[in-house]
Design a protein around this ligand. Structure first.
Ligand code: ZN
Length: 259
């Protein structure tokens, strides 16, 4: 009788899962318990003995495939599936060392404009109405919107070649004898009126404003750095710019600021 046979098959499956406290897929249960066709295993597990089982996606103990598996409730542990946060997914992609032009660059941070309480980027225009305005004129990059960058504290006060990327392309390569200074309030982090004037600091203005524009376009900037002996800074930077041809590089006349 089909009914008693099904009962027998259900008992067989239960007995098998009792002796084998692992997850098994229906195909493997079918073969291992001699219950066929496979659809019958499926039916029994979904209906008849459903309450005794944990049915979940897992790695089958026999075929090692990631499938719907069955296991007795008393034997099953919830599957440990690591759910990555958005930040961790980003970390998987970018937050590690990368090679740029054959050099190892360490990931330091995403370089993001700070936002105000309204969630919008804080825009600063220190050049407007400053005591310098109209006296000396602005440098080429001195009269635009600027941001405040979320630069981490305690960057090394040492010589580095650094790189800004959007995750795919190297956008900018620079060298500096004191990385902490270059990215701090005297450098890229914040723009003041003095930096905006003709003999100010056009590079700081340029990079700060470019990062802001980049974020306003919905893109991101990742900041990497590679420690380099001070004597080799210039040569290494030149070598890397030649190799990478970053779009944000380009000589700025008259800017000799080292910060
Ligand atoms: Zn299997």
């Amino acid at each position: 009788m089909p009914r008693s046979e099904a009962q027998t098959n259900a008992d067989r499956i239960l007995a098998f899962l009792e002796q084998n406290p692992y997850p098994y897929c229906d195909d493997c249960i079918s073969k291992l318990c001699g219950v066929s066709p496979r659809n019958q295993v499926n039916g029994i597990c979904n209906l008849k003995i459903r309450d005794k089982l944990v049915s979940q996606g897992d790695i089958c103990h026999t075929c090692n495939r990631d499938k719907l598996t069955r296991q007795l409730k008393e034997n099953a542990k919830p599957r440990k599936e690591k759910v990555l946060s958005k930040e961790e997914i980003l970390a998987e992609r970018y937050y590690h060392s990368i090679k740029i032009g054959g050099y190892d660059f360490r990931f330091l941070q995403e370089l993001r404009p700070e936002t105000g309480k309204n969630g919008k980027f804080i825009i600063e225009r220190p050049q407007d109405g400053s005591k310098y305005e109209g006296v000396k004129g602005y440098n080429r990059y001195g009269n635009q919107d600027f941001c405040v960058l979320n630069v981490q504290e305690g960057l090394p006060a040492k010589p580095y070649v650094y790189a800004l990327t959007d995750g795919d392309r190297t956008l900018y390569i620079g060298e500096i004898i004191n990385l902490n200074e270059r990215f701090g309030v005297n450098g890229y982090k914040k723009i003041n009126a003095r930096k905006c004037i003709s003999d100010g600091q056009p590079t700081n203005c340029k990079i700060n404003a470019l990062i802001l524009k980049h974020y306003q376009d919905g893109k991101k900037i990742y900041f990497y750095a590679c420690p380099i002996d001070e004597k080799k800074l210039d040569d290494t930077e030149r070598e890397l710019i030649k190799k990478e041809n970053p779009p944000w590089n380009g000589k700025i006349d008259g800017d000799n600021s080292r910060v």
